[in-house]
Design a protein around this ligand. Structure first.
Ligand SMILES: [Zn+2]
Length: 288
């Protein structure tokens, strides 16, 4: 029996099976999703190995270094966020990992805090003096309308029930507050060109890949107004690119190459990848 698309409720068609998980595609809105749905996020893959070393083949070569090359992008983005949402208020970064963005937002004058599913990364964030909590959107105990801004950097594609997560975002934001989502775009030219070999098709890490049309539709259905959408050029470190590429073609990187990639110089240099296959959306919760 074929599943129906959780966004538009049309019958989905089988797309590709990876790591024993089946992706299905919605012919009308383009959503790619793993079905049967996962009941919970596979938390064990997000513990220590995910953020450093990537031993099991998942995650990041060195999470902090990979985010550091995005610092310029994040700083510029925080400036723009101010123009959409004066004055600066309380910001929650969801899936904050070790708190890199939380730290930058705090330095830019926001009352910033972060949550993450990984107790390991939350501990690292706390050690940096940041306000961090081990929680998901589902189990966070904040009251409704607690936040002026919510940011989800490369998070929504990991969440087993993204629509419930967006419902929760709507509840947590005050009216007029901003929701920022960055996620791989299944409708981008690169994603369509690569088809079933697109590097974002990595279950069980990624279980739901939106198109711009599908994401805007679910946001509007929840009372959000789209205030900005773009496909930014992302910067990556060479170790990140190498480990992603190796996983994509199914290679195990030899120890000697891993050793070279661990040289500090590689974690300081960001390489721009103009694939434009990730979507950045800023949506405003409308006043009721
Ligand atoms: Zn659909």
């Amino acid at each position: 029996m074929a599943p129906t698309c959780p966004v538009c409720e049309e019958a989905a068609i089988p797309y590709v099976t990876k790591n024993t998980f089946a992706f299905w595609r919605s012919p009308s809105c383009g959503l790619l999703f793993v079905w049967p749905f996962l009941k919970t996020a596979p938390q064990e893959i997000y513990e220590e190995d995910y953020f450093a070393g990537a031993k099991g083949g998942f995650g990041y070569a060195d999470y902090d270094a990979d985010k550091a090359v995005l610092e310029g992008f994040f700083k510029k983005f925080l400036k723009r966020l101010e123009t959409w949402l004066p004055p600066k208020g309380r910001l929650l970064d969801v899936g904050a990992a070790t708190g890199h963005f939380v730290g930058l937002a705090q330095a830019a004058g926001w009352q910033a805090e972060g949550i993450d599913i990984s107790s390991h990364s939350v501990a690292l964030g706390k050690a940096k003096g940041l306000k961090m909590e081990r929680a998901t959107l589902g189990d966070l105990s904040a009251p409704a309308a607690s936040f002026d801004a919510l940011t989800l950097w490369d998070v929504i594609e990991h969440v087993p029930d993204p629509l419930a997560a967006l419902d929760r975002c709507e509840t947590l934001l005050r009216a007029g507050g901003l929701l920022v989502i960055n996620t791989p775009d299944a409708g981008s030219g690169w994603a369509r060109f690569m088809g079933k070999r697109w590097h974002a098709l990595v279950p069980p890490e990624h279980v739901c890949l939106f198109t711009q049309r599908a994401l805007e539709r679910v946001l509007r259905a929840r009372g959000f107004e789209i205030v900005h959408a773009e496909h930014p050029i992302k910067f990556f470190t060479l170790p990140y690119i190498a480990s992603t590429f190796a996983r994509w073609v199914g290679w195990k990187l030899p120890g000697a190459i891993k050793k070279i990639l661990a040289w500090r110089i590689f974690s300081l240099v960001g390489i721009p990848l103009p694939l434009r296959d990730n979507l950045l959306i800023v949506a405003k919760k409308t006043e009721k």
